[in-house]
Design a protein around this ligand. Structure first.
Ligand code: CMC
Length: 427
């Protein structure tokens, strides 16, 4: 390990501390750079900038490794449950049996939403995108739960975190129910977190809903695979919003807004729409050619990742789960043939191989979610539901970090310099 990095600018020498994590690249601490040299660094997209210290999630993109609190994602997805992973991300350790029971009980007791919140939904058009609804209603929670918005009170932070994790399935299911014109279902606390969500989404008051254990397990796995992903765009948004002292519900609403974009959480919806647009295997070469064409903005959705330059480890688990679910449901949708073939062609095409563009988690998640019966517009909502766990864990970590300051990036200004105002009549 190097202790410091030496930088000379305009003949001025400076030493900058090099900080080491437990694993992963060391970072050069440039906090004093501006004071010492009057220079900023330039790094749009944060490709080389660590914006915080964190103990929650570690990714080695070259090796295709994803660890939550040290545990590999494949072990968690295969052996754990979403509730256990939520506890792990928030608390740093796997729960004991007693801690697990208490956590599940606590989350379960928070699943209902304020009755008044239902009226918010009715203000939306029936064809509103459910992510638009989620941005609104999650932000609105801050108007309902005043007793958990004091971010300086650790107990209130815990309660707000539990509320967010517990109420997301209820609110997500309500967004779906509203779009199809069916009545909202209250939670049934005899069911698991995931089973409850499936019932609130697909059940109707007129008849009992039986949770299919294969679908429940697959859904729980999908939630685990989306639970956290280090300092991605939406998590960074949550941290940035929270750095000003904004309340947790507002911060998570900001994260949801960021997640909606097709380069991030919206990719699963975009990937399935793309597969449907391709339609048949014989049209794949046309779309591959478009993805390679620099003059065409088209990208193969569900391929590539800022960090993973090897296989996305979440995609490996997701691909296997997709097979299980499709077999169980006996689904024969031509879109799945297109997906399989596209994956094979892209994986052997030099353009994708050279740029290390592999299928990411979103390439497969849309396929499973569609087979389960979710419309594409709900895909990103499900991502938001699961990622809420990571967002609240990261938000809590940020608040407890003594080095935390309000996020305030600098800029390279290239606009006009000083000029005198010209009155409208003289222009
Ligand atoms: N199809 C075709 N070309 C691509 C793709 C793609 N999906 N992704 C990247 N490239 C090319 C890109 O054109 C560029 O080429 P060149 O170097 O010749 O200019 C090169 O690969 C590097 O791309 P980049 O945009 O600089 O890479 P990035 O790290 O900024 O972008 C990404 C990462 C995920 C935004 C991008 O790969 C992408 O747009 N993928 C499609 C959207 C997608 O599937 N997103 C889900 C990400 S996983 C879920 C999540 O964590 O949110």
């Amino acid at each position: 390990m190097t202790d410091s990095a030496h930088l000379t600018i305009d003949g001025k020498d400076g030493d900058y501390p090099v900080m080491a994590g437990t694993v992963g690249p060391e970072v050069v601490d440039i906090r004093k750079l501006y004071g010492n040299t009057g220079r900023f660094t330039y790094d749009p997209g944060f490709t080389s900038t660590a914006a915080c210290e964190s103990k929650i999630t570690y990714i080695d993109g070259d090796a295709g490794i994803l660890l939550h609190r040290g545990y590999p994602i494949d072990q968690l997805a295969e052996q754990s449950s979403f509730m256990e992973v939520a506890y792990l991300l928030m608390n740093g350790e796997l729960p004991t049996a007693a801690e697990h029971d208490l956590f599940v009980r606590t989350i379960t007791r928070h699943t209902m939403v304020h009755e008044q919140l239902a009226t918010f939904y009715r203000g939306f058009r029936r064809d509103a995108h459910p992510m638009a609804i989620m941005c609104g209603v999650v932000g609105a929670l801050s108007a309902f739960y005043h007793d958990s918005t004091d971010i300086h009170d650790s107990q209130q932070r815990v309660i707000a975190s539990h509320r967010l994790i517990a109420k997301m399935p209820t609110m997500a299911a309500m967004a779906y129910k509203y779009s199809v014109g069916q009545p909202f279902l209250y939670p049934d606390n005899s069911l698991s977190y995931t089973g409850n969500f499936l019932r609130m989404t697909f059940g109707v008051p007129a008849e009992p809903y039986v949770v299919d254990p294969v679908i429940e397990a697959a859904m729980d796995k999908i939630f685990i695979l989306h639970a956290d992903h280090e300092q991605n765009a939406s998590t960074s948004t949550v941290r940035l919003a929270g750095s000003s002292g904004a309340n947790p519900f507002a911060c998570i609403a900001a994260g949801i807004a960021c997640l909606w974009g097709p380069a991030h959480g919206g990719a699963n919806e975009a990937a399935l729409n793309m597969l449907r647009e391709i339609g048949t295997v014989d049209r794949i070469p046309e779309f591959i050619a478009r993805a390679k064409n620099k003059d065409d903005p088209f990208r193969l959705m569900g391929f590539g990742h800022r960090v993973y330059k090897n296989y996305d480890p979440r995609a490996t688990v997701m691909a296997a789960t997709a097979k299980e679910v499709l077999a169980k449901m006996g689904v024969t949708d031509p879109v799945f043939d297109v997906a399989r073939e596209l994956e094979q062609i892209a994986l052997s095409d030099p353009y994708f191989v050279d740029k290390k563009l592999y299928p990411n988690v979103d390439f497969y998640s849309g396929i499973i979610l569609s087979a389960i019966g979710f419309p594409t517009s709900m895909f990103t909502v499900l991502f938001a539901l699961a990622r809420t766990v990571g967002w609240v864990a990261q938000w809590n970590e940020m608040i407890e970090d003594h080095d935390q300051k309000i996020g305030r990036p600098r800029q390279l200004y290239t606009g006009e310099t000083h000029r005198e105002y010209v009155p409208l009549a003289a222009r």
